[in-house]
Design a protein. Sequence first.
Length: 101
Amino acid sequence: MPVYLQVLGFLNANLGLLILIAVFFLIGALVVPLNLPAPIFSALGAVFLVIFLVRLLLLIGTITDTGFFSLFDRALTLPVYLFVFIIAPVAGYIGLFTGRA
């Protein structure tokens, strides 16, 4: 199968995920009067962005026949997602309370 068809299939399969990422980041940016939930929405957007990037790395590994990216398939996914979900709101609240957001 040609590479461009694999990439198009990947984008078609992940279209809902891309829309979900955009919606979470948009809600996080638009919740200006109530700033306290904004970092939570940004954290959810960041987790879904990491999910998309992991899937993209797996596609690159499939296209190039590299076994390196299969490391992201099972072993590291849950700890990375949890790490991103914990760090993103903490950084968001620090930025919010120091006035940098």
